[in-house]
Design a protein around this ligand. Structure first.
Ligand SMILES: NC(=O)c1ccc[n+]([C@@H]2O[C@H](COP(=O)([O-])OP(=O)(O)OC[C@H]3O[C@@H](n4cnc5c(N)ncnc54)[C@H](O)[C@@H]3O)[C@@H](O)[C@H]2O)c1
Length: 245
């Protein structure tokens, strides 16, 4: 671990977006403290991985206790926990699975953030935080994109992603005067071997490109953790090739 560079805490470091951010930051003067339940990244001196299941409060507590002396300057939260029932059609939702998914995406995130900010206050760190919402958190889905394709986007996803936008605003204001920057990014859909018809429909609703590569989000991450965004706070930055306009 290099002690002269920025410590960035990255939750969901093994995901599509998380991996791209991780690779980018360790090559750009960050010690990345990655949290995930899986780790496929090769060892690197600037990458410190912790296996933490963020749906278990005791594991979150233990992580912050173990790392109490580490001065994290950035938090990027892009974990995406869900159970086996994820994607169930609206008509067939069951209370237990629905609650579990909403809890793992929202309760866990709020609890993690509580711990993170308590930790930052103890370490007197002026932190920059990036949460991840989605274009599905902005309004209703384009249901026509999924027609006859055995695909969809669950109502819980729209609910939790809309909440992330408001959690961002809440915390930005809650910590008025602390010198923090707390923002979120709403990416458009990311390429992931989707059905060709879906890709075509999706592209038709976009302006130039259609589905994104995880790398397309990196410049926005760089901007939000830099001092160039010093007076951008509580905002949702949409990176979606115009899909949502
Ligand atoms: N992929 C997209 O099309 C897309 C579009 C818009 C927004 N987003 C948002 O971006 C964020 C990242 O998405 P992604 O596509 O990289 O997701 P992903 O599923 O590829 O990655 C999520 C990561 O979270 C980890 N994770 C899951 N459960 C966990 C748990 N209990 N504890 C710790 N880690 C856990 C997974 O192991 C995985 O590495 C999410 O918030 C998602 O909603 C994604």
């Amino acid at each position: 671990m290099n002690s002269n560079i920025t410590n960035t805490l990255l939750v969901g470091s093994n995901g599509r977006i998380g991996k791209a951010i991780c690779e980018h930051l360790i090559n750009n003067n960050h010690n990345v403290f990655g949290i995930d339940i899986k780790n496929t990244k090769k060892k690197h001196e600037n990458y410190i991985f912790s296996n933490v299941n963020i749906t278990k409060s005791a594991q979150i507590d233990k992580f912050f206790d173990t790392n109490k002396k580490i001065n994290f300057l950035n938090l990027i939260y892009c974990a995406y926990p869900f159970n086996k029932s994820w994607g169930t059609k609206f008509e067939k939702l069951n209370f237990k699975n629905l609650s579990e998914n909403i809890t793992s995406q929202l309760t866990s995130q709020i609890y993690f953030l509580k711990n993170f900010f308590n930790h930052s206050i103890k370490n007197k760190a002026r932190v920059k935080v990036i949460l991840f919402s989605s274009i599905q958190g902005l309004g209703s889905p384009k249901f026509e994109h999924y027609k006859s394709l055995n695909m969809g986007t669950p109502i819980e996803y729209s609910a939790t992603k809309a909440s992330v936008i408001n959690i961002t605003k809440y915390l930005a204001k809650y910590y008025k005067g602390y010198g923090y920057n707390i923002n979120c990014i709403s990416p458009g859909g990311i390429k992931d071997n989707q059905n060709k018809i879906f890709i075509k429909r999706y592209k038709k609703s976009s302006l130039n490109n259609g589905l994104l590569d995880p790398k397309d989000i990196l410049s926005t991450v760089d901007f939000l953790i830099s001092n160039k965004s010093k007076f951008i706070n509580g905002q949702n930055i949409i990176v979606d090739d115009g899909w949502s306009i």
